[in-house]
Design a protein. Structure first.
Length: 59
């Protein structure tokens, strides 16, 4: 298979792909951002708690 045929086949495959709509992409992006912010807050809270516990144990 030569390079030109490879690109033709790739283009044909990409035309068969069911691409998400703009609204679906925005919904997915929003869900990911909310999840990342929530997880960041959870990890930060755990960091503060453990840091304070360690400071109590190690004077």
């Amino acid at each position: 298979m030569n390079l030109i045929q490879y690109f033709r086949d790739s283009r044909a495959e990409l035309s068969r792909v069911s691409w998400p709509s703009r609204a679906q992409v925005l919904e997915g992006t929003q869900a990911v951002l909310i999840f990342v912010v929530a997880l960041t807050l959870i990890v930060y809270a755990m960091d503060v708690v453990f840091r304070n516990l360690i400071q109590l144990v190690l004077p």
